[in-house]
Design a protein around this ligand. Structure first.
Ligand code: C2E
Ligand code: MG
Ligand code: MG
Length: 545
């Protein structure tokens, strides 16, 4: 429509102008051989010409105005997010560059706040995309209503927003804005009749006037700080020098991790789970460690994040699954007491999302000879909630006879409506944070509710991170009798575990085992031998499609 008008206007102006010129030419010509009729003719031609000219001019005026509006509309669309009307990513970078120049010229501080809504996906999946869109619009309005006049709000993409605070005199002012935003989020959002509490995590990059970072550096750093805020559940986090070094460290880890996989530097440690009431070993949890040639043993918290981001998690996960199942099968061989002892293996989001995962599990069980009933796959609560669609693969795995446990239970955001879909889960692992502070009334209430729910749904409850006799006593009073924690044992290498003593019935609660390796017996070596012997006939994971 606008385009047609744009094409039409020069044509009509031309026709109007042509009519005017022609009319006057005709009038002049006929004036020379004038009689009355020709004069009338000339006069009317002139009048028609003038009218044409006027119409042309009016049209010109109209089309110019509309062309300007059209160009403005085009510009607006190129720079704004259609859903929220906020600046889009492109405009953000352009405006941020201008803001950096202005901050340097005026000697002021600039704050870049990167926001990511917590658990937006859950609302989107459970209430539908329209509710998700509505939520994004409400958040956009809240942000605009919260920030100061000169600040800039942009939608970066999905559920991510960026706020640029300009003309600040101190760094404190940036934190004040972040606090204001967090406060604005405490108000529930009304979505299709129901009230939803939506929270956000904010990463902050602060640029002082002498800062040399460009717009993309600041957004990247604010984004990195946002991840820190999300991990620590602290609301907001500021990108600092330590994090800058961590970014460099991450790059080193990423490079070394590729080698680690090739050079078999990743090893599996095992931590026992004790049935305190039954005075027996209930099972083990397999926990990956990196035996780094220079740094020594590195815990999973320091490298699994990088592995996930770089797509290496699937390989690491498969390695741990194979190693743990082979280890448990070896122990079954070595002592009948080991049979029935569970082996818990943590499963990462990326593994669960792979459609071939159930085939891998089936393959590893067949390869190792471990009965499926001894394997427990531990999946964190949030991963399960985020990927309800992936549950069909979990159902397949459960149907093989493998057990499923929800790890770190209580730290995620599963509501009761989700829990009814957890029917295939056999175990809930109550997170350490609740065990740590059982004097808190809220924590006590949560543990009580979890135990009651687990009983009703016929699930086992395991308490994680048990460190004191006092906790053991309290947990037993709650009816939780399977426990894991430093009180019993830290995670240890497979060869440290002596099947002739570890699998025996226990006669006390504080059953700490020696961490010394047992001479002459290395279960890991045995499991490697088992793997090597079977190597020629190893069924590789069957791939679909
Ligand atoms: P998780 O699965 O909840 O494992 C329990 C963590 O708590 C382990 O930390 C364990 O060493 C620690 N822990 C156990 N008892 C105590 C205690 O009494 N006090 C304290 N302070 N800590 C205790 P770890 O080995 O550092 O593992 C951390 C997390 O890394 C695991 O939490 C799990 O989510 C992840 N992880 C470890 N190995 C793997 C793996 O092979 N694959 C995947 N996907 N994740 C893994
Ligand atoms: Mg676990
Ligand atoms: Mg856990």
């Amino acid at each position: 429509m606008q385009g047609n008008r744009l094409l039409l206007s020069p044509g009509l102006v031309f026709v109007g102008g042509l009519a005017t010129v022609t009319a006057w030419l005709v009038a002049l010509l006929f004036f020379k051989i004038a009689d009355e009729t020709t004069l009338i003719l000339a006069g009317s031609s002139g009048a028609i010409g003038a009218l044409g000219g006027m119409i042309g001019a009016l049209w010109l005026n109209y089309t110019t105005r509309h062309t300007q509006e059209y160009i403005a509309l085009q510009e607006h669309q190129a720079n704004h997010d259609p859903l929220t009307g906020l600046f889009n990513r492109n405009a953000l970078f352009t405006e941020l560059e201008k803001s950096i120049a202005r901050a340097q010229a005026t000697d002021t501080v600039l704050g870049v706040l990167f926001l990511d809504l917590d658990r937006f996906k859950v609302i989107n999946d459970s209430m539908g995309h329209e509710a998700g869109d509505e939520l994004l619009r409400i958040v956009a309005e809240r942000l605009e209503g919260t920030v100061r006049g000169g600040d800039l709000v942009a939608r970066f993409g999905g559920d991510e927003f960026v706020v640029v605070c300009r003309d600040l005199l101190s760094e404190q002012s940036v934190l004040a804005v972040a606090n204001q935003i967090l406060k604005s989020f405490t108000q529930p959002v009304s979505l299709y009749g129901g009230a939803q509490v939506v929270s956000t995590s904010i990463g902050i990059a602060i640029a002082r006037p002498d800062d040399t970072r460009r717009s993309d550096d600041l957004v990247r750093d604010a984004d990195a700080a946002m991840y820190k805020a999300k991990r620590s559940k602290s609301g907001f986090a500021v990108f600092d020098e330590v994090q800058r070094l961590q970014v460099i460290d991450r790059l080193d880890i990423e490079r070394d991790l590729v080698q680690a996989l090739e050079q078999e530097q990743l090893v599996v440690y095992y931590q026992p789970l004790i049935d305190v009431k039954g005075k027996r070993l209930y099972g083990f949890e397999a926990l990956v460690r990196w035996n780094h040639p220079i740094r020594g043993i590195i815990g999973p918290g320091d490298f699994l994040g990088v592995a996930e981001e770089t797509g290496m998690m699937a390989r690491i996960g498969e390695l741990v699954l194979r190693e743990a199942c082979a280890q448990a099968a070896v122990w079954n061989h070595l002592t009948p007491d080991a049979q029935g002892v569970k082996m818990g293996v943590n499963i990462a989001e990326q593994q669960l999302l792979d459609g071939n995962f159930p085939f891998l599990v089936a393959d590893v069980l067949e390869w190792s000879g471990l009965p499926p009933s001894q394997l427990v796959l531990e999946i964190t609560e949030n991963v399960i909630v985020d990927h309800l669609a992936g549950l069909s693969s979990l159902r397949d795995i459960r149907d093989m006879g493998v057990n499923l446990a929800i790890d770190d239970f209580g730290t995620g955001q599963s509501s009761l409506s989700y829990i009814k879909q957890f029917d295939m889960v056999s175990t809930l692992k109550v997170d350490k944070t609740f065990v740590d502070d059982m004097s808190s009334g809220v924590n006590r209430a949560i543990i009580e509710a979890v135990v009651a729910m687990a009983r009703a749904l016929d699930m086992e409850v395991v308490a994680e991170g048990v460190e004191s006799e006092h906790q053991v006593k309290e947990l037993l009073e709650f009816g939780v009798h399977i426990m894991q924690g430093y009180l019993f044992n830290k995670p240890v290498a497979g060869e440290v575990i002596d099947p002739s003593s570890w699998f025996q019935a226990r006669d006390n609660n504080g059953m700490k085992h020696d961490d010394r390796a047992v001479p002459g017996l290395s279960s890991t070596e045995v499991s490697r031998a088992l793997a090597r012997n079977r190597d020629h006939s190893l069924p590789r994971p069957k791939r679909m499609g």
